[in-house]
Design a protein around this ligand. Structure first.
Ligand code: AMP
Ligand code: MG
Length: 416
């Protein structure tokens, strides 16, 4: 720990608000610079590194929005009926080669090119058709059912900006423009390990006073939601050489290092010692619950996040603090997670001071969206995260919230 830092952790240091902490972190990091070219299917989940301009117009030709008949607008009757001579068919993929003149029409399919001379499409349901002639009535407008060149995208216009996360719609959009490869940010490399003498890996037998390491699995799971390169460095015992070796290795192979545990008061001193020796790291107390202690800084060239050890705290700080930082490091536009205002069916116990991220279940009751509490809110109760489907966010200054009050909820589904 950098003890010269005024925000260095001590028992009486002031708490930092979550927005303050986030602002500090986001201001001090910048996106990784490396980029690479990838085929669009291999670019799923990646972040675009350059603006994409459309090389073509979409649609590339005037085409029909309906199955029907392409006609000349000048033939549309203001009243009564008009017969038109059928001179051919325009299929999607096989356009009609000729020109449509006054008094003529062409059978046309959805997506087929509107032939020269025609400017209007009449739905097939609106005509009476004989073998080589159709009859149309009044009530039609020139230009109806015609999709115009460049109506969706104009050639040369920027369709995607750098920072855009490439998902299904973007892959399709790129393909619709005939773009085969794009320049994306290289994958962010993320290493993590757990610290604690009490921790055992799954597969080992628990002795008295030991627990299984779960944080590594939740951290792995949360990282899986992002397109990052994952390095799992296991459980590190509270031993000086081991901790130092783990930090050194992690900072050499990754752009970002996560640990969990060892950042609260009363932890084995050499975790702090090691951080002080290898990097510039501050320990913060963030005014959020769960998740008060958090370490942030640099180890070597890597960014470092020391998440709290309690499993729910580790998840809450990952989502609320680390995720926006990872998005920025990936070069992605930071997405503000979706929140909703809904009534709570339960009384939510709270004392003023910290911003609460209680676990809730967003559901319907009498066809109205509501939220219930999952009950016990201890930061060690990991099952609460599994039963819940949202955070209930209560502002720092808020005290206990009575049942029936409106509260802000953040669905887990919108977090990644
Ligand atoms: P610490 O921040 O190291 O004091 O840990 C706070 C609490 O979280 C303690 O009860 C630890 O046993 C627990 N804890 C720390 N790391 C983990 C982990 N990786 N998996 C599960 N629980 C943990
Ligand atoms: Mg510990």
């Amino acid at each position: 720990m950098n003890t010269s830092n005024p925000e260095a952790h001590s028992n009486n240091s002031p708490m930092m608000s979550l927005p303050q902490a986030l602002e500090k972190i986001l201001n001090s990091i910048k996106p990784i610079e490396a980029t690479e070219s990838r085929k669009i299917m291999d670019a799923f989940g990646r972040v675009l590194a350059e603006p994409v301009k459309s090389p073509i117009n979409v649609p590339p030709y005037r085409n029909s929005a309906m199955d029907g008949y392409a006609v000349c607008g000048s033939d549309l009757p203001a009243s009564g009926e008009v017969p038109l001579k059928l001179i051919g068919t325009s299929w999607a993929g096989t356009p009609f080669a000729g020109e449509v003149h006054a008094g003529e029409c062409v059978r046309i399919m959805t997506g087929a090119k509107v032939p020269e001379g025609a400017d209007t499409v009449i739905m097939q349901e609106d005509v009476r058709a004989k073998e080589n002639e159709i009859t149309i009535g009044s009530g039609h407008k020139i230009d109806q059912n015609v999709r115009h060149i460049g109506e969706d995208i104009t050639k040369g216009n920027v369709v995607l900006q750098p920072g855009k996360l490439l998902k299904a719609a973007e892959l399709g959009l790129l393909a619709s423009l005939g773009i085969a490869t794009v320049k994306v940010r290289s994958q962010l490399r993320v290493a993590f390990f757990s610290t604690g003498d009490e921790l055992r890996a799954v597969g080992e037998t628990l002795e008295e006073g030991q627990i299984y390491d779960s944080n590594r699995y939740t951290i792995y799971g949360m990282l899986k939601g992002l397109d990052v390169e994952i390095h799992d460095l296991g459980v590190i015992r509270d031993k000086r050489e081991d901790v130092e070796a783990a930090f050194t290795k992690a900072s050499e192979i990754a752009d970002v290092v996560f640990t969990s545990g060892g950042v609260s008061v009363g932890d084995a001193d050499f975790v702090k010692e090691t951080l002080e020796k290898l990097g510039q790291v501050s320990l913060w107390k963030i005014a959020m619950k769960p998740g008060k202690p958090l370490a942030f800084g640099r180890i070597g060239k890597a960014w470092f996040f020391g998440l709290p050890g309690n499993p729910v705290s580790a998840m809450a700080t990952f989502y609320q603090v680390a995720l926006p930082a990872l998005q920025k490091l990936m070069g992605q536009d930071i997405c503000k997670p979706l929140t909703l205002k809904v009534p709570t069916l339960d009384r939510l116990k709270k004392s003023p001071g910290r911003m609460d991220f209680q676990r809730g279940i967003l559901d319907y009751e009498n066809e109205q969206l509501i939220v219930r509490s999952i009950g016990a809110q201890g930061s060690h109760i990991l099952s609460s995260m599994s039963r819940a489907n949202c955070f209930i966010i209560l502002p720092a200054e808020s005290a206990t919230v009575e049942a029936g009050s409106m509260v802000e909820v953040q669905p887990f589904a919108g977090l990644m």
